[in-house]
Design a protein around this ligand. Sequence first.
Ligand SMILES: C[S@@+](CC[C@H](N)C(=O)[O-])C[C@H]1O[C@@H](n2cnc3c(N)ncnc32)[C@H](O)[C@@H]1O
Length: 227
Amino acid sequence: MHTRSAGPLFNEVGAARYENAFIGGPHGQLASLEWILSTLSSSSITGANCLDIGSGSGRPVCSTLAAAGHRVLGVDVSEAMVAFASEHVPLATFTRADIRDFKVEENQKYDVVTSYFGLIAEISQQEILETLKKIGHEMLKPGGIFVWATVPVDVNLEEIMWMGKPVVVSNLAKDAAVEAVRDVAGLQIVNVVEEKFKPEKAVEAGICAEEDVWVEDHLYIWARKSA
Ligand SMILES: C[S@@+](CC[C@H](N)C(=O)[O-])C[C@H]1O[C@@H](n2cnc3c(N)ncnc32)[C@H](O)[C@@H]1O
């Protein structure tokens, strides 16, 4: 058990409202999904074993990978997110778990691991690094693909307001994030994409007020484990 959990925050935000706030974007997420699908296809991998950490509503990440014929497990600490994703993305499987406690069986390694903004809330920098280590050394198969999306700022357990709600966050700055994927997870960096995104539809979605949303820096790291 952990003293902090992002579950209550994301139960409160709600999967449908979260999805409405991010619908149609961010572009970097869609671009990285295209890269995953084209890499699997050019390696002739069908029915790939995929794990999405912090899977949220299940769309577009789990839905896209599952629609392409891959076996997808979404892990999320919020019951509300898991219930919504299970109902709306029936081609994938979802389970409620905190990734810090998630055990990987020896015979259950993944061809693809993704985490889009799922390692930020109510987690420390140290726990982010431990999770990256687990992804690179325990979860991925040789040749496996990893995409990590985060907000590149050097903060450790700082309380901020996010979409009008208080949350304790941690993140790594861009260079430290890239280094961590390379040196802690032990993966080869394929691409680093930076993007600015303003979740302005969060206001329409009823999550928060106009003054609670601003332009966020997003960082996408595409990486592979050596074969
Ligand atoms: C910002 S949302 C992103 C959702 C989805 N990945 C997307 O990009 O649309 C972060 C999600 O990660 C989940 N999450 C946060 N910390 C987690 C943890 N330690 N273990 C599992 N899920 C977590 C939250 O419940 C939430 O659904």
